[in-house]
Design a protein around this ligand. Structure first.
Ligand code: ADP
Ligand code: MG
Length: 695
């Protein structure tokens, strides 16, 4: 139950450093995680939970799983020194088997680790040769473990210097100070859907007393996200519906000429989508269209055509991408096509947050005075400072990454701007219609001709040497490769590869001539751009990256995608990652490295082997996921709800859409007092703009 006393939401605005035990130093670390106020802290949800299950027998331990096991120390306990490291090592057994255990730099443990003593050890089990081992397991007495048994302990996303315990303590303190969130959903809705209160849900997501508790909290918070999302969409739609277009366009010869010059013909599906777009732009009403097409289906050229048509009609258009890397790539790509195909009508400019103040000013001037007519960029595009001369079209790429409010505010820059959203997320059509209302949808369900299907393999860690050899061969043949690791640097998760160390490993294991670089979300944006540019220009052969490259990057010369710890990713996310290869004429390959031994992981990954179809994978993903899997690295990013999952919670999506419609029917302006909290929430937060890409 909720411990917090009832206080006004004012408490939520207080700084975390006002909490007992949180000094300036910890405050700085929290700030790195985007947590400034107590309200931010309470919404800093766990990425997962440690489930303290009953101890298993030694013979039931499996590599790759976190388990507790009650063992007796057998033989000698040794303390060695290797350079700066002190290592305690011993074997421990029960009647069914034995394992090796090691502790590093903890010599003080020697006194409790006596041969013949029995403890409960809990940690990640790993296979080393024919042995199972646990490094640094937590140790418990029977009664200590009994107190934890069955509980779910939160695991938070961390940064260097910030421990899980610190976050947990801060969270407890925060609930004492400010555990109350004003309810904003009418009671009859909560009753009908059996949802718990907002305050209870926030408490439950941090400190669930059991799985049922967690699921109740999760459902309530998921409902919040969906309701807010749908409400925002409906409000956006209401402001745009059947609005007569102020930018009626005519077909121009520029797009026809571009299509003639392209080295390929549009696929049938691209052709149909292009017809839809043209009809919208030349029609009576404002365009509001979603282009949905699997990775590699060729959505970018449609954006280019739409932007060119807009420019030829004398207007400005903008292309918004979720990351600077992707925005920069679109810019480069457009610039080179403009040159190659002589598209003189299109004058692009890149506007991102990392431009120098001077360049930004200049770009803003060009936009204001209409010297440029194709503005490509990230969120910086929608900052209040940017004034457009005559913005008529906004294209959003990978639009599920954007908050509705961001889109709304961008659309608000021009009068009744046409909106074209492009997404690779395979949302079933029925759900898409609920989520997006009557946003018109064009589906590209056909891949360009001549693409060879990607060859896949799911392999264990012993395959690594072969994989490195394979990558070296592909590089020797003039191709490039991606290697994906879940983490940026050595972090809180044992046995999870990180980009920093892995690029070193690769340099050592690949021929010296192979150029290896790394890329991750914590890099400065201009550094990221440089690396991505270099990769696109073939100045880098192997790019070791986190999932920042998941979205939209196009380097057709890359033919290998190797994904470390692939069991940690959602299937849909793996599919997006795989979509970075197979974009050219050459045969491409995807290597899914499974570092766990769990049967379930193996089976889940085998789906990737069986199909290259995003819709099939999305469905499998839905079937295979359990309620505990919805957080953290396995978060598949669909629409980027933080807690909700449109597949798993499709019932809540439908219910929330119904409720949103009912609420707006009753009170279109949300002006009655019962909706005042809801209204202020809608005004202050974007329900759907959290970006997991920077993991
Ligand atoms: P996505 O839909 O994932 O954004 P892109 O637009 O990046 O895909 O296109 C992937 C690749 O396919 C690009 O290199 C693009 O030039 C190429 N392409 C697009 N349309 C066609 C087509 N009709 N025929 C052949 N290649 C195409
Ligand atoms: Mg794309």
């Amino acid at each position: 139950m909720l411990r917090g006393k009832r206080v006004g939401n004012k408490e939520l605005q207080e700084l975390v450093t006002n909490l007992k035990g949180i000094g300036d130093k910890t405050g700085k670390l929290f700030e790195k995680c985007g947590v400034k106020t107590i309200g931010n802290l309470l919404e800093y949800y766990p990425r997962g939970y440690d489930h303290f299950k009953a101890p298993v027998r030694a013979c039931d331990l499996r590599s790759g799983e976190i388990s507790a096991v009650k063992l007796t120390i057998i033989g000698r306990v040794t303390l060695r020194r290797v350079r700066n490291l002190s290592i305690i090592a011993f074997e421990a057994a029960d009647a069914t088997g034995k394992i090796r255990i090691a502790y590093f730099n903890s010599p003080y443990l020697m006194s409790s680790l006596k041969s013949g003593t029995t403890h409960i050890f809990r940690g990640l089990v790993q296979k080393k040769g024919s042995f199972l081992e646990m490094n640094q397991p937590k140790m418990y007495l029977d009664e200590e473990y009994a107190a934890l048994l069955g509980t779910l302990q939160p695991r938070y996303p961390l940064v260097k210097g910030l421990s899980n315990n610190t976050v947990k303590k801060a969270m407890s303190a925060a609930f004492v100070n400010a555990g109350h969130f004003d309810e904003f959903v009418p009671q009859d809705i909560l009753d009908r859907l059996k949802l718990i209160s907002y305050s209870e849900a926030v408490y439950g997501i941090h400190f669930p007393s059991n799985e049922e508790d967690l699921e109740n909290a999760r459902r309530r918070l998921a409902y919040n996200e969906f309701l807010m999302f749908v409400l925002q969409l409906r409000l956006l739609k209401a402001s745009q519906e059947e609005v007569e277009s102020s930018y009626k366009m005519i077909e121009t010869s520029d797009t026809v000429r571009l299509l003639e010059k392209l080295p390929y013909n549009l696929t049938g599906a691209q052709q149909r989508a292009w017809e839809d777009i043209k009809a919208d732009l030349t029609g009576k009403n404002v365009m509001n269209r979603l282009i949905q097409g699997d990775v590699g289906s060729g959505k970018t050229v449609l954006a280019l055509l739409a932007l060119l048509m807009t420019a030829s009609n004398g207007y400005q258009g903008a292309l918004m991408a979720p990351t600077e890397v992707l925005a920069a790539q679109h810019y480069e790509n457009f610039t080179s096509m403009i040159k190659k195909y002589g598209i003189t009508a299109l004058k692009p400019v890149l506007l991102t947050g990392s431009l120098s103040a001077k360049d930004k000013k200049e770009a803003q001037r060009q936009i204001r005075e209409g010297e440029v007519n194709c503005i490509i960029g990230t969120n910086a595009l929608i900052q209040a400072k940017v004034e457009y001369k005559n913005l008529a079209l906004v294209v959003t790429d990978e639009q599920h990454r954007f908050g509705v409010r961001q889109r709304e505010s961008l659309a608000g820059k021009g009068l009744n701007t046409h909106v074209l959203a492009m997404s690779a997320t395979p949302i079933p059509r029925t759900l898409a219609i609920i989520l997006y209302g009557d946003l018109h949808i064009s589906i590209i369900d056909e891949l360009p001709m001549g693409r060879l299907p990607i060859k896949n393999c799911v392999v264990g860690t012993d395959y690594r040497p072969k994989a490195y050899k394979f990558i070296a061969d592909q590089v020797a043949a003039g191709h490039q490769a991606y290697v994906i690791c879940p983490m940026v640097e050595e972090g809180e998760l044992d046995g999870v590869e990180n980009v920093t160390d892995y690029s070193e490993t690769l340099r050592q294991n690949l021929p010296a001539s192979v150029r290896v670089e790394m890329l991750h979300g914590k890099m400065k944006p201009d550094k990221k751009d440089k690396i991505m540019d270099a990769f696109a220009r073939k100045d880098i052969d192997v790019l070791v990256s986190t999932t920042v490259i998941e979205v939209g990057i196009n380097v057709p010369n890359a033919t290998v995608m190797m994904i470390e710890n692939s069991e940690r990713f959602g299937l849909s996310q793996l599919h997006q990652l795989r979509g970075r290869v197979g974009r050219g004429d050459a045969q491409s390959y995807c290597i899914f490295l499974n570092t766990s031994e769990s049967e379930e992981a193996k089976e889940r990954l085998s789906t990737m082997n069986k199909t290259n179809d995003g819709f099939v994978i999305a469905e499998e993903d839905l079937k295979q996921r359990g309620p505990g899997d919805l957080f953290g690295v396995r978060q598949s990013g669909e629409l980027n709800f933080r807690v909700g999952d449109i597949y798993h919670d499709s019932d809540l999506v439908k219910e929330s859409a119904m409720d949103a419609d009912r609420i707006l029917n009753e009170d279109p302006e949300l002006s009655s007092t019962q909706y005042s909290v809801l209204k202020s929430l809608l005004a202050t937060k974007s329900a759907n703009s959290v970006d997991f890409a920077t993991l």
